[in-house]
Design a binder for this molecule. Sequence first.
Ligand code: GTP
Ligand code: MG
Length: 195
Amino acid sequence: MKITDVQFIISAVRPEQYPEDGLPEIALAGRSNVGKSSLINTMIMRKNLARTSSQPGKTQQLNYYRVNDMVYLVDFPGYGYAKVSKVQREKFGVMIETYLRERELLKLQLLVIDIRHAPSKDDCLMYEWLKHYNIPTCVVATKADKIPRSKWQKHMKLIKETLGMDREDTMVLFSSESGLGREELWNIIAERAVT
Ligand code: GTP
Ligand code: MG
């Protein structure tokens, strides 16, 4: 995918703030610090347009990035970060749930998982929730550069099994560090975004 134009559009917290131009949306969910914002930067070939941090809890709103006037990538705050206050956690929860329940322009949800670890309880809940609402999902196993290539398949299998993945849902091996999986993920996104 050739990136010709990327714009940060808005940090939304409420539906009234979502863009109104009707472009398809691809959203990213996952634990705090798993690498959602980094994944966006890798996809759009920018170093730090989506703000990242080694500290969890960096992304706090639904951040909209418009790519090639074709699709939005929507970055979510991460879940499962204990240091975020209970009130803030609930706010994030409501914000994400509202989006997932109401946003008809959502064409594909990326569920980002750290390939090194089995999915957490929260990851499993998120996946179940997405399935309950019939949202097409692609699981992205990221930070692949952190484990030897010889272990990739075994870890992917564990993720699939722990989530109890549906056959129709795809999974992509990814690394924001090396760019592994970038083209494959763009192909999956493009396929969803045009239908
Ligand atoms: P929140 O906004 O807190 O939910 O986190 P996030 O999921 O957006 O994570 P972020 O992209 O900010 O990345 C967290 C840390 O992981 C940063 O230090 C990144 O440099 C690192 N990181 C992300 N992806 C990769 C990857 O594929 N490989 C390696 N080695 N490091 C990564
Ligand atoms: Mg982030």
